[in-house]
Write a protein that binds this ligand. Structure first.
Ligand SMILES: C[S@@+](CC[C@H](N)C(=O)[O-])C[C@H]1O[C@@H](n2cnc3c(N)ncnc32)[C@H](O)[C@@H]1O
Length: 244
């Protein structure tokens, strides 16, 4: 993906913030526990979007600060997540003091951060020994119809994380990165599956004719499924501790 396309897609989600919050999956509590442990902490949700991960963190008893650069995503997050502190900012400019949070998590957003600048900011706001954990919900493409769905909506889309992160992926300030995988599912109908497809950055920034083509393809695919149906996901979670 060239740099211009990357920047257009990075902040494309606000256009569908309301629908995004309705149809995108949340995150398994087990994955969040694996990253942060069970003790309640002060946690930064970085690239919080509309608050899908923020609300899982709150359910687990954490005090949450949600940081999000897109005003429209932030507005949905603030309206639907009144228990969290919602702030404007980004991975490269986190509006928090040094050493102020025990954990930083990033749901479906780490791939939009600018590498070293983001790592330095995350390290700055963490307490010594604090944990950074990005995680992604990936459609479970071992299921036949899900693989067909992915072929429809993901073409040319390098915008989500598919592979494994290297042990030194977060730079020298962090210890080794380890990973774990968790299964879950989100219930859908044809209508919500179409909305889901239309909430992807590649589709959001595609030409109207291409969007119409994708929508028609998803409708045809979903018509073959019993209604409602479960869309299976695997959540890929990573964690590493601040070592200096
Ligand atoms: C796919 S959404 C994920 C939102 C939410 N975390 C979730 O799990 O639903 C990606 C989010 O990252 C935000 N984002 C993009 N670039 C960012 C950056 N450099 N720093 C922090 N957030 C960023 C976008 O505005 C968007 O809200």
């Amino acid at each position: 993906m060239d740099e211009r396309t990357f920047h257009t897609r990075r902040l494309s989600f606000g256009a569908v913030a309301d629908s995004y919050d309705r149809v995108r999956p949340s995150y398994p509590e087990a994955a969040v526990r694996w990253i942060l442990g069970d003790a309640p902490a002060r946690v930064l949700d970085l690239g919080a979007g509309t608050g899908l991960l923020t609300r899982t963190l709150l359910r687990l008893g954490h005090e949450v600060i949600a940081v999000e650069p897109d005003a429209r995503m932030r507005a949905v997050c603030a309206a639907r997540t009144p228990e969290a502190t919602v702030l404007e900012g980004s991975a490269e400019a986190i509006p928090l003091p040094d050493g102020s949070v025990g954990g930083v998590v990033a749901g479906q957003s780490y791939h939009w951060f600018a590498g070293a600048a983001g790592h330095a900011e995350i390290a700055r706001v963490l307490v010594p020994g604090g944990v950074f954990g990005p995680l992604w919900n990936l459609r479970d493409e071992s299921v036949g119809w899900v693989a067909r769905l992915s072929a429809l909506v993901s073409r040319e889309d390098g915008s989500s994380h598919q592979g494994s992160l290297a042990a030194d992926a977060f730079g020298a300030a962090f210890g080794p990165v380890t990973g774990a995988v968790f299964a879950h599912a989100r219930r859908h109908t044809t209508g919500s599956l179409v909305e889901l497809a239309l909430s992807r950055s590649y589709v959001l920034t595609a030409a109207p004719a291409r969007r119409a083509e994708i929508e028609a393809g998803v409708r045809t695919l979903a018509a073959e499924l019993p209604q409602p149906f479960d869309l299976p996901y695997v959540t890929r979670a990573y964690r590493a501790r601040l070592v200096r």
